[in-house]
Design a protein around this ligand. Structure first.
Ligand code: S3P
Length: 433
C-alpha cells in the first residue's frame, strides 16, 4: 500500500493520539506474570503490542480482549507454560528483548523468532547480561540474532550489578525482568537515563524497586500484585502532529491525553528550545503522568541535541529531522548511533528520503548535521524501508512539499499507529482548498 500526500497550509482541530506502545507492552508482560487479575484500559491494539499479547496467550495466560480493554488473569511469576511451536514476535524489538528477560527465569523451553527486520536486530545486548545471570540461551541460526532458544532455568537466577554500555530501556527492562527471578538484588546502571516505564509499573505492582541516579535495582523472588492500568496517549505518535502543526502556515492543534513521563518528553524540550509554541495543560499525575498539548505554527531555529538527550527522544528523531530541515540554521544531533539498529537504519532511511526531498543530511561518526533553511521540500516518491516512523515522518514532510508526494510501503505504520492517515486527513486542510 502507498499514500499520496498533498501540500497543506492548515492543521487545525483535536486529536486523541493512540495509546502508548511501550506502556501497553509492559501492562501485558508484567500483568501476565503478576499474581491476580487486572484490567488494562486504552491498550494499543497496533501490531507490535498484539505480538506481545499473542505471545502471553500462547504461554497460557488468560487474556480477554474487548476493543481496547484487556482483562488479564496473571499466572504468577513462574506460571507461564511452554507454547506450542515458536513464539513469533513480528517486528517488535521491545517484545523480544523484554520477554527474553522474563523467560530467563521460567522453567520452560521457548524459541523466540521475528520477521526479517527483527531477525537483523542485535540481541546480544540482552542475551549477554541474561547469560551472566545464569540463563541458558542459544542462538539457532546466526550468532547474536533471532531465532534463539531459552532453556528453562533449574534454580533462581543469580543477581548481577550490570553496567550497560548503551542507554537502552529495552535492555534495562530485560535485566530487571530477569531480576524478578534472581535470588537477591539485581542492579542496572545506564550511561544516560532512558524511559522508566518498567520501573514505574513494577513499583505499582509492589516490587521492591530502588532508583538512585543512573542505577535502578530490584530485589527478586517476590510475586507482583497487579493494579488496573489506563494507558496514556503515545508522545512518540503525537510528535508527528506536533511537528506538522509547527511547520504549517496556519495551525492550532490540541493533542489530548498525551503521556508526559519526563523520560519521554525530550522532544518537547528540544522543540521548545527551537522556538516552538507548545503549551501543556490539564496535567494529570499518577503512575504515568499525562496531559494535553496545544501547538501553533512557529518559526523554528536550529539547535544542538546532546547525547544525554537521545534516549529521551530516540523514536522522535526521524520527525525531528524534518522539523530541523525547515528551521533556520543548522541542527546537530549528537550521539545517535542507536538509530542505526531500529526497525531499519533510520539515519540511512531518513537520509535517503530527505535527499530526494532536497536536503542533504551529513552523518559523521555518531553525529548528524541537518542544514536548515528549507522553505519547501521537493515532492518525490519516498520509501518507508518497512519502518513505521520513517513512513510517518515522510508523510509530514510531504505536507510541506511543492506538489504531491507518494510514500511507498506504508503497511508498517500499523505497528504503532493504525489510524495515522485518517487522523492526518481529519486535521489537515490542503493548500488551495
Ligand atoms: C522502547 C525503547 C526504545 C525505543 C523503542 C521502545 C521500549 O528502544 O526505541 O521503540 O519500549 O522500551 P531502546 O531502549 O532499545 O533504545
Amino acid at each position: 500500500m502507498n499514500w499520496k500526500i498533498n501540500p497543506a497550509n492548515e492543521i487545525k482541530g483535536t486529536i486523541a493520539v493512540p495509546p502508548d506502545k511501550s506502556i501497553s507492552h509492559r501492562a501485558v508482560m508484567f500483568g501476565a506474570i503478576s499474581k491476580g487479575s487486572l484490567k488494562v484500559g486504552n491498550f494499543l491494539t497496533g501490531e507490535d503490542c498484539m505480538s506481545t499479547l499473542s505471545a502471553f496467550k500462547a504461554m497460557g495466560v488468560p487474556i480477554e480482549v474487548n476493543g481496547d480493554i484487556l482483562r488479564i488473569k496473571g499466572v504468577g511469576l513462574k506460571g507461564l507454560k511452554a507454547p506450542e511451536g515458536r513464539l513469533y514476535l513480528g517486528n517488535s524489538g521491545t517484545s523480544m528483548r523484554i520477554i527474553a528477560g522474563i523467560l530467563a527465569g521460567q522453567e520452560i523451553e521457548v524459541i523466540l523468532t521475528g520477521d526479517e527486520s527483527l531477525s537483523g536486530r542485535p540481541m546480544k545486548r540482552v542475551i549477554e547480561p541474561l547469560a551472566k545471570m545464569g540463563a541458558r540461551i542459544d542462538f539457532l541460526e546466526k550468532e547474536g540474532f533471532a531465532p534463539f532458544i531459552i532453556k528453562g532455568a533449574k534454580a533462581p537466577l543469580k543477581p548481577i550489578a550490570y553496567s550497560m554500555p548503551i542507554a537502552s530501556a529495552q535492555v534495562k527492562s530485560s535485566v530487571l525482568a530477569a531480576g524478578l527471578y534472581a535470588d537477591g538484588v539485581t542492579s542496572v546502571t545506564e550511561p544516560f537515563i532512558s524511559r522508566d516505564h518498567t520501573e514505574r509499573i513494577l513499583e505499582l505492582f509492589g516490587a521492591d524497586i530502588r532508583k538512585d541516579k543512573l542505577t535502578v535495582s530490584v530485589n527478586g523472588l517476590k510475586e507482583l500484585e497487579p493494579k488496573d492500568i489506563v494507558v496514556p496517549g503515545d508522545i512518540s505518535s503525537a510528535a508527528f502532529f506536533l511537528v506538522g502543526a509547527l511547520l504549517a502556515e496556519k495551525s492550532d492543534l490540541l493533542l489530548k491525553g498525551v503521556g508526559l513521563n519526563p523520560t519521554r518528553t525530550g522532544i518537547l524540550d528540544v522543540l521548545l528550545r527551537m522556538g516552538a509554541d507548545v503549551r501543556i495543560s490539564d496535567i494529570k499525575k499518577g503512575p504515568e503522568p499525562y496531559g494535553d498539548i496545544r501547538v501553533k505554527n512557529s518559526h523554528l531555529k536550529g539547535t544542538v541535541v546532546a547525547p544525554s538527550e537521545i534516549p529521551l527522544l530516540i523514536d522522535e528523531i526521524p520527525v525531528l529531522m524534518v522539523a530541523a530541515a525547515m528551521a533556520s540554521g543548522e541542527t546537530v544531533i549528537r550521539g545517535i548511533s542507536e538509530l542505526k539498529v531500529k526497525e531499519t537504519d533510520r539515519i540511512k532511511s531518513m537520509g535517503e528520503n530527505l535527499l530526494k526531498a532536497g536536503i542533504e543530511i551529513i552523518s559523521s561518526g555518531d553525529d548528524v548535521v541537518i542544514p536548515g533553511g528549507r522553505r519547501r521540500f521537493e515532492p518525490s516518491r519516498f520509501i518507508s524501508y518497512g519502518d513505521h516512523r520513517t513512513a510517518m515522518s515522510m508523510a509530514i514532510a510531504s505536507l510541506f512539499s511543492s506538489g504531491e508526494s507518494i510514500i511507498d510501503s506504508v503497511d508498517c505504520v500499523a505497528t504503532s499507529y493504525p489510524g495515522f492517515l485518517e487522523d492526518l486527513t481529519r486535521v489537515v486542510k490542503l493548500a488551495g482548498k
